[in-house]
Design a protein around this ligand. Structure first.
Ligand code: 2BA
Ligand code: 2BA
Length: 109
């Protein structure tokens, strides 16, 4: 058995957990925050049988892969004279940091 630890963007976490459950995986989600940017993210634990590891990783890759999205920045209360860019810009979203650990013991009581 392996334990996958996936750190994903908050906005992808719900979709990821739903996709995992739909494929018959079990998962636990908790709120976390990056040490560098201090922004919220989600950490998902997925305990999987060895023969299903690659399937689970594929679900994560398909759901959370880095992609660009065209977004319109909202005007905000900036300083006087600050430049506001009124047109949509490409923003990188998604992405996942994935660790796979061996599980020495698994038990449900
Ligand atoms: P990523 O490398 O995509 O990491 C996204 C989030 O994944 C991180 O959030 C952190 O919560 C987690 N993570 C990544 N690598 C990890 C590891 N080896 N162990 C445990 N957790 C890990 P943040 O820490 O807020 O980092 C956000 C982004 O800032 C990172 O994106 C990376 O591009 C950059 N970054 C993070 N730490 C850095 C550092 N020490 N020096 C330069 N850039 C850094
Ligand atoms: P939940 O995911 O909310 O699952 C609650 C209960 O629903 C589970 O109890 C199990 O009886 C059932 N269940 C969950 N996922 C299922 C699935 N894909 N197909 C069929 N039945 C499913 P427990 O097995 O006692 O798990 C209690 C909690 O422990 C879970 O809450 C989850 O947070 C965590 N968990 C269990 N197995 C896990 C694993 N392999 N990896 C990560 N977290 C796990």
């Amino acid at each position: 058995m392996k334990m996958i630890i996936a750190i994903v963007r908050d906005e992808d976490a719900g979709k990821l957990v739903s996709a995992l459950v739909a494929e018959g995986f079990r998962a636990t989600r908790f709120q976390s925050a990056g040490g560098f940017l201090r922004a919220r993210n989600s950490t998902i634990l997925i305990g999987v049988e060895d023969h299903r590891l690659e399937d689970a990783l594929q679900v994560i890759r398909a759901t959370c892969r880095t992609r660009t999205r065209l977004m319109s920045p909202l005007p905000h209360g900036g300083e006087m004279g600050e430049l506001f860019v009124p047109y949509p810009v490409d923003v990188e979203v998604g992405g996942a940091t994935i660790f796979v650990l061996p599980v020495e013991h698994f038990e449900r009581v």
